[in-house]
Design a protein around this ligand. Structure first.
Ligand SMILES: Cc1cc2nc3c(=O)[nH]c(=O)nc-3n(C[C@H](O)[C@H](O)[C@H](O)COP(=O)(O)OP(=O)(O)OC[C@H]3O[C@@H](n4cnc5c(N)ncnc54)[C@H](O)[C@@H]3O)c2cc1C
Length: 374
């Protein structure tokens, strides 16, 4: 049985955005941290992410915002384009890390993971791949059985294992995963020169957009409304996405043809989770998408995940006992995360009802709310 001596010990389950940033924040506060990640390989999935102001602010606190800006594409504006191809709204997002730096960054997922992994390892976090938890017993320490037959004794167990969290189940928490009748598409394409910010195009049925992720690349997104969460064969993805983009006028026509040569087209269901009630039990807690997974419309799931890591380390530092720290953490996080998940669902519903003009001010107001201090 593996045991830890000396410093307080944390076992984090899941090496996504939440797990890695929590590992970094705890390790810097003097914790000994191991992350057990079920996937045997580093994240290679090629789609991009838009990290909004709160993500950048939280990453800046970890000293990582500039690395993300260097690896991605910094920008500050969102252009909303109406069904007839006319730009109707230009939103400048607040620059939360200072007037001289952009409000948000588009970045390839593997780049973000590379930055977080490198920093976690530099901070002394041990990352064990191809490993998960199979059972947990609460005592003075949490006794954990691992999938390879080994065991751990830790002061703290953090479930950062995503929307289908196994830790959430082991803790006995029930949280339905809601599907919202939408599938979201992503495809990597060369960046058109005019794409210097996020562009969102309202369609008669679906919504499309473009987000730069480097000087040379951008990702196309499309939200497909009113469909079952079925899986399409890989060979059908690029032609089907092109077909769905055909009905959009104006600038979408310019990047539609680029999709056929895309190195990566993915299609995922819009699903949300919000864990009502406690997220913690004794010395165990769930964070990130395991506790609160928003619909991607607000592009803020990663922001919540990074903030979770920072706030968790802060509250554990402020409280003598781990369970008191976890209580304080959940009290601080739940209202903000609930607001974001609920707003993202409302926006998804408005999109499906073609009530885009009602969604824009809601998106704006929610970004302003998220800009408030954590
Ligand atoms: C299509 C799409 C687009 C999105 N776009 C954006 C965006 O532009 N901006 C944004 O901020 N957010 C976006 N999001 C949301 C964002 O990706 C998530 O909110 C964020 O990744 C949550 O981080 P997480 O670490 O909690 O979970 P995840 O990123 O899901 O990471 C969980 C990790 O746990 C591992 N794991 C799972 N089960 C186990 C287990 N049993 N044991 C051990 N390890 C396990 C997984 O392999 C993974 O590494 C998007 C989401 C989707 C689906």
């Amino acid at each position: 049985m593996k045991t830890y001596r000396g410093a307080r010990t944390a076992l984090i389950v899941g090496a996504g955005v939440a797990g890695l940033t929590t590992g970094i924040a705890l390790a810097r506060s003097g914790w000994r941290v191991e992350i057990a990640e079920i996937s045997p390989a580093a994240a290679t999935s090629g789609w991009g992410l838009c990290l909004t102001g709160p993500s950048l602010r939280a990453l800046d606190e970890l000293g990582l915002a500039d690395r993300c800006l260097a690896a991605g594409y910094g920008m500050s504006g969102i252009t909303h384009v109406d069904v007839d191809g006319v730009a109707v709204d230009e939103v400048q997002l607040p620059r939360l890390i200072g007037a001289g730096r952009p409000a948000m960054v588009g970045i390839a997922r593997p780049e973000l993971h590379r930055i977080l992994h490198t920093e976690a390892e530099r901070s002394g976090v041990v990352l064990s791949r191809g490993l998960t938890v199979t059972a947990m017993v609460q005592g003075d320490l949490v006794g954990v059985e691992m999938s390879d037959g080994s065991a751990r004794q830790a002061d703290l167990v953090v479930g950062a294992d995503g929307i289908r969290s196994a830790v959430r189940g082991l803790l006995g928490f029930e949280a339905p995963i809601d599907y919202h009748g939408q599938m979201v598409w992503r495809a990597l394409v060369p960046r058109p020169v005019w794409a210097t910010g996020v562009h969102q195009f309202a369609g008669k049925v679906n919504t499309a957009g473009l987000v730069p992720i480097s000087d040379s690349r951008a990702y196309v997104f499309l939200t497909e409304n009113g469909v079952a969460p079925n899986v399409l064969p890989d060979a059908e993805l690029a032609p089907r996405l092109q077909q769905l983009l055909e009905v959009f006028p104006g600038r979408v026509e310019e990047f539609r043809s680029l999709v056929s040569a895309s190195e990566s087209v993915v299609r995922r269901p819009v699903q949300t989770v919000f864990l009502n009630g406690a997220w913690n039990n004794g010395n165990c807690v769930v964070i990130g998408d395991a506790a609160h997974a928003p619909a991607p419309q607000m592009a803020s799931g990663a922001a919540l995940a990074v903030e979770d890591g920072l706030v968790l380390a802060q509250e554990l530092g402020r409280h003598e006992s781990v369970d008191a720290g976890l209580e304080a953490f959940v009290g601080r996080r739940a209202p903000r995360c609930r607001t974001l998940v609920q707003t993202s669902v409302t926006i998804a519903d408005l999109e499906q009802a073609q009530r885009h003009h009602e969604a824009y001010p809601l998106v704006d107001a929610c970004h302003r709310r998220m800009a408030e201090p954590v």
